[in-house]
Every structure is written in C-alpha cells, then in structure tokens.
Ligand binder design. Structure first.
Ligand code: MG
Length: 138
C-alpha cells in the first residue's frame, strides 16, 4: 500500500474490513479536523502504523489476512523498549463476556462495540488525543 507521508505523525489510522462500516468510519472521521486513513486488514494496519506514525488507531477485531488482535500484539511487540505507545481503540461486534479482556490483554487501550456510534467514536478521539496532549505537556 502507498501511504501519503505528508500526514505522517498527524493522522488517525483505522482498520476495518466491512465496507458498510468503512463508509460509516469515513463519514464520521471526515467530521473532525485530522486527516485519516482507512485500511482493511491487520497487515495493512501494521504497515500504516509503521509508515504514518498515527496519533491513534481504531482496530476492528475480525478481519481477513490478519485479525485485529494479532495486529495489536505485533504493534505492541514492536514498541517494546522504544518508549512509544500508540493509543489503540479496538472495535468489535462481539459483546460476549471475555472479549473485552482479550482485547485489553492484546494491548488495546480502549474498546468500542459495534454498530459504530459516530458520536461515541468522535468522543473517544477527543478523549484519547486530549489525554495524549496533556501527557506531552506534563
Ligand atoms: Mg471485521
């Protein structure tokens, strides 16, 4: 995949394989001021993370090629020892008990359940990016 490197360090990366959800994400993310990139599986999410150094990642869990859990684990493994920690919010349709723990154990910082609620998604972006900038100032 070719990524627009002009947005490196200042974009939101979102991995989602379902076309309808991609459209919802696209419409929702377009409402905020930051550029965003949508990819459709875990391998592309890792490539996007490496190329773009995004401010945060929304990661669907069920995806082809590489699922979100594997992608989160690989990102956290790569970050180990670097002092870096990209905020990751997992998105899942599975409301089954135990799923939340599985996502957090893999290294997700937050999780949102589907169907995607645009208001909650935008609120989560504000929450994550605000807390990050606060951390940077401190
Ligand atoms: Mg999916």
């Amino acid at each position: 995949m070719n990524f627009d490197l002009n947005i490196k360090g200042k974009c939101i990366l979102s991995a989602e394989d379902n076309e309808v959800n991609q459209i919802v994400l696209e419409h929702t993310l377009a409402e905020q001021d930051l550029p965003f990139v949508i990819v459709s599986n875990g391998e592309e999410a890792i490539a996007g993370w490496q190329a773009l150094d995004p401010l945060m990642i929304f990661m669907d869990i069920s995806m082809p090629v590489m699922n979100g859990i594997e992608a989160i684990k690989k990102i956290r493994e790569s970050e180990a020892g670097t002092g870096k920690h990209v905020p990751i919010a997992a998105l899942t349709a599975h409301a089954l008990s135990g799923d939340e723990a599985r996502m957090l154990e893999a290294g997700a910082d937050y999780y949102l359940t589907k169907p995607i609620n645009p208001n909650l998604l935008l609120a989560k972006i504000s929450e994550i990016l605000d807390s990050n900038s606060t951390r940077a100032i401190l």
